[in-house]
Every structure is written in C-alpha cells, then in structure tokens.
Design a protein around this ligand. Structure first.
Ligand SMILES: Cc1ncc(COP(=O)(O)O)c(C=O)c1O
Length: 461
C-alpha cells in the first residue's frame, strides 16, 4: 500500500466496501472453505471479490444487485456475451437429448470439422476439456513424435497450470516452484520473448529440443506483444531443425480471426492448442495439428508394434455433447457474422478513448493492445513511453508483465468495479462483439474516475 494512504483512508476501498456488503459476507464464508477464499487465482481481490448471481449479454449483476459491464467475458470464452440465444437454444436442445453418451457421437465430429475448416494447422483434432490439458497433451505429443525431451517456452507467456509450464510467467528461476520436480524444470528452457537470436543461441549445440511453445499474439493476448516477424523467424528455424512448433491459441483462437492468430499472420505451426471460444462458454478445448505429428495418438499408425499408440490420451468429458453443441453454435455464428471484426473495432475504440482520458488528466500511463484486448501499462518508472512504443517492442517484457504492484492492480480493479465495470486482473480486458457504444462510454467514464481516485490517493506519483 502506498504510504500516503492507509486502508481506512482509501476512497476506493471505502466506496467499494459500502457498495458490496453481501459479497463481503459471502467472502467471509468462502475463506473458511477455499484456500484464499477463491476457486481461481485471478479472482483473488482485496478486500473481497464480487459474487455474481446473474449475467446477460455484456453485463453481469452481483449479489447486491449492482450491474457491471463485463470484460472478464468468461475468462475470454464469451465473444458472443452471456446467454447468446443461438448458444442457449443449441444447449437446451442437446440437454434434452442427453449430456454424456460415453460413446462417439455425430456432434463431436461436426465440432471438429468446423475447427478443421477454419484453423489452418488443423489436419487432425483431439478434444480435451481445458486449455491446460491441451498444452499438456501438446508437449507429450511433441516429445513422443521427436523422441526428445527439452521444450523451449518464452518467458512471460502463459500456458495453464500443469507442471511443465507452471513457471516462467512471472519470473525465471532455476529452482522449481513448490510442488514441481527439479527434473521437470530442467527439461524446460525458458527464453526471453521476441528475440530470435537469443532463441537460436539458447539451442546452439543441442540436439535434444522437441518443441517450442508460445502465444502467437505475445503473452496473455498481447500484454507482452510479439512482432509478427518473430513468428516467421521461429517457424523457419524450427522447420529447419525438425522441432515441433506449438502455437497456444487458447485465447487468440477464433478471436484474432476465425483462423486465430495463425490465420492473421500467415504462419502455420505444427500443433495448436484451442479452448475458451471453442466451447462457447462450456468446457471444451482441443489439440489440433499436422496429421503426421498427431498420429502418435493413432492406433493404426503405431510405430512400436505394441497394442497401444505411442501417446495414450483419456478424459471423461472429452468432446462432450453439450460443449460440442455450444461450440458448434458459437463457431457457426462467428462464421456467418462480423462479430469478430466488431469486437476488434470495439477494442480499438476503447483503447483510443482510454488513452485520450490519460492525456487529458496529464497522466503518463498507456492503454495498448491489438484485436479485442486492452491492457493498462502503469509506467512505474515514469518513462516517456506511448502505446506505439509498447506495440513495437521498445520496452522490457518483465516491466510490461508487472507494471502494477498487487496493491495498485487491486485498486484499479476496485475503481472500475465502483464505476460498474469488471475488468481482468492484468489489468485489462477482453471486449466482445456485443458490447454496445453505451458500454464503452461507461467503461471510459469508470476509467477516468478510477484514475482521479488513484491520483487523490497519491498512487499516480
Ligand atoms: C494462452 C493460454 N493457454 C492456456 C490456458 C489454460 O486454459 P484453461 O484455463 O482452460 O486450463 C489459458 C487460460 O487462460 C491461456 O490464456
């Protein structure tokens, strides 16, 4: 906490606490049950998170009846907003026909065919339930295909929470985080993002690299942007070396464009992980990719002469019919409308309006991003930096990843919540195709009031 403001003097905290008494009470109960009182780390918020009991379109309502413009968007899954009628109808129809057949069914086939028709790298498809499982499977498939152990990942990039990727997002250390084996850490090479020469140097004189995994928009949908040239360079270098290139398109898939970031940049990886929009708000994810690589999961294409394929893959809820129905409805709607372009336009307009507020208030922060994202950079060292500098890679990756202290991050979120807007903890958010101009104006106003309250608390100095 800034020394100038004690918890009790903070206008943001006082206003938030006064507006959300029922959430505060539920959080007391939560703390007796859930570690940290939450079920996902990014929902952690001091003094307490909001508890939500209803959502519709671009809005959600908390248990005190307050309405929020929503930029969490189901952690990025809801590009069509909450309860979109085409998704609702498909799900209702499917629920009445059964929710789990424990058998192959035509909807999973249709779901995979839609994916294959729009994602350039998708020759073969395997469904999982979460993005974390998809990246886990991607690494296993790449290691089995190449017979090699090491995986290169880019510092600051996020690929879920399984052991092979649960470090390197917020810092780099050779010691394993608690609960993760040293042997696993030793087999992951963490490389600074965006610099092909550092990547090639890291792998010089080694012949044990199975894969490179990265988010093609840059970490957390462009919070730490990557220049498209880097993608082409990595593609060329991995192809020459027989290294499997994995794009983690869990957020960017069906969001940058129907064909994901690979569709926009014209760079096709060997494997791609998809989730979020893929399931239309229901649990659904996939590993897709080049048939030759994916065939390590194929009984018919086994190389070992044993009964099993090289890589076995299970999962009770893989390709579930309800998720399939929501996913098909969502992807078909995106295919037949300009929702993605609208979301991208909404994102650009929001970034522009927030930056003009920053300038009006004489603050040195930036709001930046591409496609339907907005990211807030709090310029902790008060450098002469604008959104273009960030987008063109003229700023340190770690500084972008953590430009806000936890206290400031929470205060920004609380400030927005006081103004009726729920943002992601980055801080930033994902704009949908159904946010209205009124929603965007309300968001800009909430941002302005947040900055003013932070200035009063001495937190912009
Ligand atoms: C780029 C990326 N990869 C993987 C994941 C993990 O997905 P899930 O939360 O479905 O396990 C996420 C989740 O936010 C993500 O943003």
């Amino acid at each position: 906490m800034n020394e100038k403001t004690s918890t009790f003097e903070s206008k943001i905290l006082k206003t938030y606490s006064a507006e959300t008494p029922t959430s505060a009470k539920l959080f007391q109960r939560s703390q007796t049950i859930f570690p940290s009182g939450v079920t996902h780390q990014s929902r952690d918020l001091k003094p307490h998170p909001i508890f939500v009991n209803r959502a519709e379109g671009s809005h959600k309502w908390d248990v005190d009846g307050r309405k929020y413009v929503d930029y969490f968007g189901g952690h990025g899954a809801l590009i069509l907003g909450h309860n979109h009628p085409v998704v609702q109808e498909a799900v209702r129809e499917q629920v009445s026909r059964g929710v789990h057949y424990g058998a192959s069914h035509e909807l999973e086939l249709e779901w995979a065919e839609v994916v294959k028709s729009v994602i350039p790298s998708a020759e073969k498809v395997r469904f999982t339930v979460t993005g974390t499982e998809a990246t886990h499977l991607a690494l296993r498939v790449a290691r089995a295909y190449t017979g090699k152990a090491k995986v290169v990942r880019l510092a600051t990039h996020f690929h879920g929470w399984h052991d092979h990727v649960a470090f390197g997002k917020d810092s780099v250390s050779k010691s394993p985080p608690p609960g993760i084996l040293q042997e696993i850490v030793d087999n992951i090479l963490v490389c600074p993002p965006g610099d092909i020469s550092q990547l090639t140097r890291l792998c010089e004189n080694r012949d044990d690299v199975a894969a490179v995994i990265l988010e093609p928009t840059g970490a957390t949908f462009g919070k730490v942007p990557l220049l498209p040239q880097f993608l082409s360079d990595v593609r060329e270098w991995t192809s020459q070396r027989g290294i499997v290139l994995i794009f983690d398109e869990v957020i960017s898939g069906f969001r940058c464009s129907l064909g994901g970031a690979q569709g926009v940049y014209g760079v096709t990886p060997d494997l791609t992980t998809l989730a979020k929009i893929l399931g239309g708000g229901y649990p659904g994810a996939a590993l897709v990719g080049r048939a030759e690589v994916m065939n390590v999961m194929d009984y018919q294409k086994k190389k070992t002469g044993t009964v099993s394929p090289l890589v076995t893959h299970y999962g009770t809820y893989n390709g579930g019919p309800v998720s399939a129905s929501a996913g098909i409805a969502t992807l078909n709607f995106l295919r037949s409308t300009d929702t993605i372009e609208t979301a991208n336009r909404n994102g650009a307009r929001l970034r522009q309006e927030m930056n003009s507020i920053i300038r009006q208030l004489g603050c040195d922060w930036s709001v930046y991003g591409d496609f339907s994202a907005f990211h807030v950079f709090a310029n902790p060292d008060h450098e002469s930096i604008g959104p273009e500098d960030i987008m063109e890679g003229r700023i340190d990756s770690w500084k972008l990843r953590s430009s806000t202290s936890i206290d400031l991050q929470h205060k920004i979120r609380l400030g927005f919540l006081c103004g009726g807007v729920d943002i992601m903890p980055w801080p930033g958010g994902l704009v949908s195709g159904i946010h209205t101009q009124e929603d965007l104006a309300k968001t800009a106003e909430a941002f302005e009031n947040t900055l003013k309250m932070l200035a009063e608390e001495g937190m912009l100095e």
